[in-house]
Design a protein around this ligand. Sequence first.
Ligand SMILES: [Zn+2]
Length: 263
Amino acid sequence: MNIIETNLEFGALSTRKSTKRAILHHAEASKCTAEDIHRWHLQNGWSGAGYHFLVRKDGSIYRLRPENAVGSHAKGSNSDSIGICFEGSYMTETMPQAQINAGRELLGYLKGKYGFSKVQAHRDVCSTNCPGTNFPFAEIAGVAASNTPVNSTPAQTPTTYTGNDWVRRLQTECNTQGFSNQKVDGIPGKNTLAGCPTCRKGARGNITGLIQERLNSLGFNCGKVDGIFGAGTRAAVIAFQRAHGLTADGIVGKNTWRALLGL
Ligand SMILES: [Zn+2]
């Protein structure tokens, strides 16, 4: 088994005194990286990624919070558990086999290392539907303890979230949703601007999520990046508009998009 180390920087953490179980989660995001989770959890005001591991759809396993630290993933159950997050949204999606295999390998390894057999779903300990009704819980949790050898891939240079990466994802999303048919190059221009739909309170979806992400990164706090254009997002848009000398109507139209794109 291979664990990919990360360079995530955490705030204050405390050492976990005992390890009696693992608790399984889904990310509730179809696609996400270790850095995404870390950023989301920092935005919650936590010390950084609350889970100890991320299992991605391609079967890669990433380290998040240090393994010996108390996690922040299942309220009331963090003091003696290891939290494992699976990329994906398993109320609706079906887990790829590579991810199931990696989850089994990781659980087998952790059971062997710590000598526990108890594995729970987040919903077993908190009021939540996490990790989703389609999550193959028994198949993953039921794995036997093993003494799998572990290799680790050293951390890569931390991913920096430049405007270009955000622009690239925005361009992709605008094309996917049919608002544009533009080149996805991460460079904002007039085609990018022309392809951005007007968004206002009540909007939902990935474009709203990208607006939230951008506002948060620019210091106009929308709270959680949830793709829902609610009152908090509207307030952040208004603050952004005021700071840029735009009409402060809370609606992301052409002029606001222009400023968000840095044009
Ligand atoms: Zn969860």
